[in-house]
Design a protein around this ligand. Structure first.
Ligand code: PLP
Length: 470
C-alpha cells in the first residue's frame, strides 16, 4: 500500500495519490479513467499544458518581442494545438499536414513558422498560399523552388518573410538521433555556406529575409549548448528576427538528472541574446519548445494482460511500440507504476503486445505484485508518443483524454477496426448491415469486408467473428 501522496515532477502538475491510494491526474482517478475510456489511453492534464505555456511566456517578459512557438510535432493533436493558440503561442509546422492541423486548430497564418529539410513544391505553395508568418529556408534547392514560386506572382503581393536555418556546429549532450546542430547534419546551411545563402535570398524579389534560425538538438539537459548556439549565430550579422529553436529537456524518470527550469532556460537565452547583440529592443526573438510544453503533462494508461516469470518478470500490457516508440527508437527510460499500488519492490520488464522482442516500454520497473487486470501508468508520455503512433499489428491508436478538475473528456477518440480499413479503395459500403462491430462501441453500418462480430451467424448459426459479407 502506498505511503506517499505527492508525485514527482515526472507526473503532470497537480497529480497525486488520492485517498484510495490511486494515481490522480487532472483531478481524475486513473483507475476510473481506465474503466470509462478503456486502455491504452493518453491522458493529459489540461491545466498542466496551460501552466507550462504561461511559464514560458512570463519567463520571456523581459524582452519586448519574445514569442513562444509550439513545435507541433511534439503533440499534433487539434485540442492541444487549439489550447496553445488560445494561450497566445505561435506554431511550428514541418509539413503541409502539420500546416493543415495548425490552421484547423485556429492559428492565424502569420503566427505559423514553416520548417522542413525536404519541403515539396506543394508544401511551399501551401505555405505561400496562406502567407505563413515565416518560412525557414533549409537548403539551396528549396531556394530555387521558392524563387520560382514567388517569381510567378512577383509584384502582386508583399514578399514572403523567411528565415535561413543555420547549422551552427554546436553539439549538445543528447541521443544522436535528435542531435541537429552538428556540422554533419541533414538540417540547414553550414556556417561556411550561410553567407552565400543570405546574399542569394536578398536577391529574390518575392522573399524578404528577416533573420536566422538554429535548433541544436532535443532533450538537452544543460544550458551551455544554447549559449554557444547564440554566440555562433550572432556572428553571422545583424537581423531583426532570431529563432533559437527548441530542445529543452524534460524529466522522464525521477532518477534522471534534472533539466534546467523553463525560467532558467529562457533567462539564459535572453541574456545570451543581449550579450551578443540580438536582444536589443525591436528585435524579435522566437523559441520553439515542443517536449518541454507537453511531455510531462501526459501519462499513458495500460492494462496488464499477463505476468510471466523466467529470467525476468515480464508484465505484458495492451499497448507498446504502437503508442510509444521512444524507448525503441532512442532507448529512453520511462517509469511505470500500478495505478492503485504505487510503490513496489518487484523488478519487472513492462513489455508491449507487439511481435518484436524490442517492444519493451520499461526495462526496469519496480511494481507491487503486478497481476492481469492491473492498470499501469507510465508518466511523461505527452510528447512524441501520439505523434509517432502507428497501427502495427493492426492495433487501433489510443484516444486522447483531457482531464481537468475531476472532469474528463475525450478530445481524440480511440480508433476503431473500421478506421483500419477506412483508406482501402476497393471496399463497398455494406448497405443496411446492422451488425455490431467487434470494437463494440459503434453498432450500425460498417463496410463490407470489415471485421464483424456476427459475420458467421447467418451461414452457420454460430457466432464467429470474421469479415462482414452483407
Ligand atoms: N524546432 C525544430 C526545428 C525542431 O526540429 C524541433 C524538434 O525536432 C523542435 C523545435 C522541438 O524540439 P523539442 O521538442 O526538443 O523542444
Amino acid at each position: 500500500m502506498a505511503t506517499r501522496t505527492s508525485l514527482s515532477n515526472v507526473f503532470p502538475l497537480g497529480s497525486r495519490l488520492n485517498e484510495r491510494g490511486r494515481v490522480e491526474v487532472g483531478g481524475c482517478d486513473t483507475i476510473e479513467l481506465a474503466k470509462q475510456f478503456g486502455t491504452p489511453a493518453y491522458v493529459v492534464a489540461e491545466d498542466d499544458v496551460r501552466a507550462r505555456a504561461q511559464t514560458f511566456l512570463s519567463a520571456g517578459e523581459g524582452h519586448d518581442d519574445f514569442n513562444v512557438v509550439f513545435a507541433s510535432k511534439a503533440f499534433p493533436c487539434t485540442a492541444v494545438l487549439a489550447l496553445f493558440a488560445q494561450e497566445g503561442l505561435w506554431c511550428d509546422v514541418a509539413s503541409a499536414g502539420e500546416l493543415h492541423l495548425a490552421l484547423n486548430a485556429g492559428y492565424a497564418a502569420e503566427r505559423i513558422v514553416m520548417h522542413g529539410n525536404a519541403k515539396s513544391e506543394a508544401e511551399l505553395s501551401a505555405a505561400l498560399g496562406v502567407r505563413v508568418g515565416l518560412i525557414v529556408v533549409d537548403n539551396s534547392d528549396e531556394l530555387d523552388r521558392l524563387e520560382r514560386l514567388t517569381g510567378a506572382g512577383a509584384g502582386e503581393e508583399a514578399p514572403q518573410e523567411v528565415l535561413i536555418r543555420v547549422t551552427p556546429d554546436v553539439r549538445g549532450e543528447t541521443h544522436e538521433k535528435i542531435s541537429t546542430g552538428q556540422a554533419n547534419s541533414k538540417f540547414g546551411f553550414g556556417m561556411d555556406e550561410v553567407q552565400e545563402a543570405i546574399e542569394r535570398v536578398r536577391t529574390i524579389r518575392g522573399l524578404s529575409l528577416q533573420g536566422l534560425h538554429a535548433h541544436v538538438g532535443s532533450q538537452l539537459l544543460e544550458l551551455d549548448p544554447f549559449r554557444r548556439e547564440v554566440a555562433e549565430v550572432a556572428r553571422l550579422g545583424e537581423f531583426s528576427v532570431w529563432d533559437l529553436g527548441g530542445g529543452l529537456g524534460v524529466p522522464y524518470t525521477e532518477a534522471q538528472p534534472s533539466p534546467p527550469t523553463i525560467e532558467d532556460y529562457v533567462g539564459t537565452l535572453l541574456s545570451a541574446a543581449r550579450e551578443h547583440g540580438m536582444g536589443a529592443p525591436g528585435k524579435r526573438l522566437l523559441i520553439e519548445p515542443g517536449r518541454a510544453l507537453t511531455a510531462n503533462a501526459g501519462v499513458t494508461l495500460y492494462t496488464v494482460e499477463s505476468v510471466k516469470r523466467n529470467v525476468s518478470t515480464w508484465v505484458a500490457v495492451d499497448g507498446g511500440m504502437s503508442d510509444n516508440l521512444r524507448p525503441m527508437l532512442y532507448g529512453t527510460s520511462y517509469e511505470a507504476h500500478v495505478a492503485d499500488r504505487f510503490i513496489g519492490t518487484t523488478r519487472c520488464v513492462i513489455a508491449g503486445k507487439h511481435c518484436e522482442s524490442g517492444d519493451v516500454i520499461v526495462r526496469d520497473a519496480l511494481l507491487d505484485d503486478p497481476r492481469p487486470g492491473d492498470v499501469i501508468v507510465t508518466p511523461a508520455t505527452g510528447a512524441y508518443g501520439f505523434a509517432m503512433a502507428s497501427n502495427y499489428n493492426g492495433v487501433p491508436r489510443p484516444p486522447v483524454v483531457f482531464c481537468k478538475d475531476d472532469d474528463a473528456r475525450v478530445v481524440v477518440r480511440r480508433e476503431s477496426f473500421e478506421d483500419l480499413t477506412a483508406r482501402d479503395v476497393h471496399r463497398t459500403l455494406a448497405e443496411g448491415c446492422t451488425h455490431a462491430n467487434r470494437a463494440g462501441a459503434h453498432p450500425g453500418e460498417h463496410a463490407r469486408g470489415s471485421e464483424c462480430s456476427q459475420a458467421g451467424s447467418a451461414a452457420g448459426g454460430a457466432r464467429v467473428s470474421g469479415v462482414c459479407d452483407r
